[in-house]
Design a protein around this ligand. Structure first.
Ligand code: TXA
Ligand code: MG
Length: 340
């Protein structure tokens, strides 16, 4: 979408609603967010209520390209400025020390803050219109807690149908990236180095090229992140990952047992109750993954079988989301194959 294609009236309405403390869903290049004024604790609290999310989970604060890091964070390391120059606006969130004046509602009581400058033109227009471009919009993904993130305005409407607390859903088309931003923790740089809290489109290689240090996997003391819970991004239908080689046999046995399987695959396969074939490259796959999970969740299947993607680094973000979607479904396949 280009600048001319933006509904400026809707963007202005959304900015005024945010300034009044209301919730507005906004498109970003990763997934849709459920936004509120980050400096209004009551507004931030209503995000938690709408999502059904525990109060101690921090939310990401979204800034306009002209936003000032110093307003939100303190002890900002050079590495953070370098990453902002390299990847903002874009799908990278940085965890920094929270500035003293910023309410701890956005941080779930932690002394850090998650900051990101999104690149979606509608998000940028909204962030520029809100508080003269100097505000911050706290926005977790616009889904109920633990559920699949939305990549279309219609997904958001489906999630919050009939919920009057969501004042407006801005439509910006399909989210280009399709999975949530990469999160890198820089709040403990001196002691722990950079830590990759959530893999995404901006890979560890790209981060290393900019700051000369490769972000490590999270340690036990790393800041908590709800998107890093073992069970997350999950549809209601159980999700089961299967290697390509095992799939034809598994599909045949499920059919013989009278079970309905929905299939998400990227290589040549057939014979499921319903199926979605995704692109066989990590960017295309990520773009379509959540819409596929939602679609396959809606076909009345007993399970969603997912052809396991390759394991190399380029697929890290996708594999992370699939693993969490499938968490809790261990034993599902066996149970369905056993005769009732
Ligand atoms: O792509 C995205 O990041 C999307 C769009 C809307 O920007 N947002 C998103 O928000 O995924 P959410 O709330 O669903 O996930 C944000 C993650 C959570 O895992 C949260 O715990 C973590 O960021 N997070 C936010 N602030 C943090 C902080 N101060 N310390 C540690 N983790 C933080
Ligand atoms: Mg989320």
């Amino acid at each position: 979408m280009n600048g001319q294609g933006i509904d400026q009236g809707a963007v202005q309405d959304a900015a005024r609603l945010l300034e009044q403390g209301r919730l507005v869903a906004l498109p970003t290049e990763t997934v849709y967010g459920l936004g509120a004024d980050a400096e209004n604790p009551a507004a931030v609290a209503s995000i938690y209520a709408a999502k059904g999310r525990p109060q101690d989970h921090p939310v990401i604060v979204h800034l306009a390209p002209e936003g000032k890091l110093e307003h939100w964070a303190c002890d900002i390391p050079d590495e953070a400025r370098a990453l902002a120059r390299a990847f903002w606006p874009g799908p990278l969130t940085m965890i920094l020390k929270r500035a003293p004046g910023i309410p701890d509602a956005v941080s779930g009581g932690q002394d850090t803050i998650g900051l990101r400058c999104p690149s979606h033109p509608v998000a940028v227009a909204l962030l520029r219109a809100f508080k003269g471009g100097q505000g911050g919009v706290a926005a977790p993904s616009a889904n109920k807690f633990g559920h699949v993130s939305p990549t279309l305005a219609q997904h958001v409407r489906d999630e919050f149908a009939g919920d009057a607390s969501v004042a407006l859903v801005l439509d910006g088309g399909a989210s280009q990236v399709g999975i949530e931003s990469t999160i890198v923790d820089l709040s403990r740089l001196a002691t722990h180095g950079p830590v990759l809290l959530r893999p995404g489109h901006v890979g560890a290689d790209a981060i290393e090229r900019v700051i000369g240090q490769r972000p490590a996997a999270p340690d036990a003391a790393a800041p908590r992140a709800s998107g890093t819970l073992e069970s997350h991004y999950a549809p209601s239908t159980p999700v089961v990952l299967q290697e390509r080689a095992a799939l034809p046999d598994v599909l045949a046995r499920l059919a013989a047992a009278g079970r309905k399987a929905a299939l998400i695959h990227f290589s040549d396969l057939s014979a499921a109750h319903a199926a979605v074939r995704l692109p066989a490259n990590p960017q295309g796959y990520a773009h379509d993954l959540y819409a596929a999970l939602r679609a396959m969740d809606g076909v009345g299947a007993d399970l969603i079988l997912v052809e396991a993607p390759p394991r190399d680094d380029a697929w890290l973000g996708v594999n992370d989301r699939l693993r969490r979607a499938a968490h809790g479904s261990a034993g599902t396949l066996q149970a369905l194959l056993e005769k009732p």
